[in-house]
Ligand binder design. Structure first.
Ligand code: SAM
Length: 413
């Protein structure tokens, strides 16, 4: 028996060969069971532990991870559920089936023209082009957390009808209003805090509300109000960790009943930790910063004698010092660590790079559970709407290279 079978009964349950046919309630339940059974493996952060708490129980898995070549580690980082050697220990195949969702956007479907995206970043406009055909204009449209209202502007022009858009920041409302005027789009941007009690007045059973990448509490608020006011919803959620609650509070009755494990805000952040869209230069800078942080961590442990991870604030992009020693001086000052003369900088920097290679491999376990966690969170939202009597479709609206936050919920009252 491999350790996957020993740790949970996930592998004994047969997933339909065509995973797409699984209903939302079944997917939510199975994903919840697997995530719960394996939480001791995916919750601890390898960055913080030179030896992970689960290594004693899953020694073979840890050894297999440490033994991966650079190329294989990189491949698994990018495609953690595909042809993975870790399937010997982890329920990779079942998870792959459970997160296999239909593509809701039909390839080649007509969409907003490229030329309308002149005031929008290239990737954001492509996301809008992929999302727009999923928003039916059968009812008056309302955009939730609209920013400058790029999506609203596109849809107002495409369907030649007015669109209302809610945004909190006055400057974005103003800039969005000017863009709408310039492109002769009938978009009305309203300054509105969607968390305020009076936000509810915008929703009713004749509206369709759309939200592209509305964060945590903002999209939860939308779903809760839409369920109550019977508004149709087309939503691509993101940033589940942006929430006022320190621990995850399930939204659906089903998840509240079934979830017998807990999740912190930090755990939620794992659901959005995917960097496929980061350009090579950004990735390289991030690797350097991570190696230096790990090098500093090894140094502070040896200096203070405390074998505990010391979090160092992140540095804005472009602010990283040129040399490891200067980075350590900056971090030491912030954390009140006294640096003695004669530190062997080269040795500690080398230790940082060694730890980064190790952490990158051990992180692959978390990558296996990352998309399953995200799909579980979205299914909790789907079930909230189904329990309120909505018909709900869940799938992807674009390729993950365009945005890893590519899940879309379509809920009809
Ligand atoms: C991640 S952006 C998404 C913007 C746009 N949908 C897009 O895809 O580019 C989230 C937007 O929500 C707005 N926002 C944040 N808190 C809000 C609130 N309480 N009420 C209304 N809008 C809010 C932000 O100002 C920001 O423009």
């Amino acid at each position: 028996m491999n350790s996957c079978q020993a740790a949970c009964r996930a592998c004994e349950v047969v997933v339909a060969a065509d995973g797409v046919t699984l209903d939302h309630a079944t997917r939510l339940r199975r994903l919840g069971e697997v995530l719960g059974a394996w939480r001791s493996v995916w919750q601890p952060l390898p960055f913080q532990h030179p030896v992970l708490p689960w290594e004693a129980e899953h020694g073979e898995l840890a050894a297999a991870l440490r033994g991966l070549s650079d190329a294989e580690a990189e491949r698994l980082q990018d495609a953690p559920l595909s042809a993975s050697a870790l399937a010997h220990w982890l329920p990779v195949d079942e998870l792959a089936a459970l997160v296999d969702l239909p593509e809701l956007a039909a390839a080649g479907e007509p969409t907003l023209p490229d030329s309308w995206g002149v005031f929008v970043g290239g990737r954001k406009w492509q996301q809008i082009q992929a999302f727009a055909p999923l928003v039916r204009a059968d009812r008056p449209l309302l955009e939730w957390c609209a920013g400058k209202g790029h999506l609203s502007r596109g849809l107002a022009r495409w369907h030649d009808r007015p669109v209302d858009a809610l945004e909190w920041q006055p400057a974005l409302c103003e800039a969005g209003g000017a863009l709408a005027h310039r492109q002769s789009a009938a978009v009305r941007l309203h300054q509105q805090d969607v968390m305020a009690a009076d936000a509810e007045r915008w929703l009713n059973d004749e509206r369709r509300v759309m939200a592209l990448h509305a964060c945590g509490d903002l999209h939860v608020r939308l779903l809760q109000l839409a369920a109550r006011r019977r508004s149709a919803v087309t939503l691509a959620p993101c940033c589940y960790q942006r929430t006022a609650d320190a621990g995850y509070q399930p939204l659906s009755r089903q998840a509240r009943r079934e979830m017998n494990w807990s999740m912190s805000r930090d755990d939620l952040a794992m659901a959005v930790q995917e960097t496929v869209t980061a350009p090579g230069k950004v990735r390289r800078k991030r690797r350097l910063a991570n190696a230096w942080r790990l090098g500093f961590d090894a140094l502070q442990r040896s200096l203070t004698g405390r074998d505990r991870y010391l979090p160092v604030p992140s540095l804005a992009y472009g602010r990283l010092p040129d040399r490891f020693a200067d980075f350590c001086r900056w971090a030491a000052e912030r954390k009140g660590v006294v640096l003695p003369p004669g530190v062997d900088w080269a040795a500690h920097e080398a230790e940082g790079w060694r730890r980064l290679a190790e952490v990158t491999r051990l992180e692959l376990v978390r990558h296996v559970f990352r998309r399953p966690l995200e799909v579980w969170l979205v299914l909790d939202r789907v079930r909230l709407m189904e329990e309120a009597g909505f018909r709900v479709r869940l799938g992807t609206f674009c390729d993950r290279q365009l945005t890893p936050r590519n899940l879309v919920i379509q809920a009809e009252p």
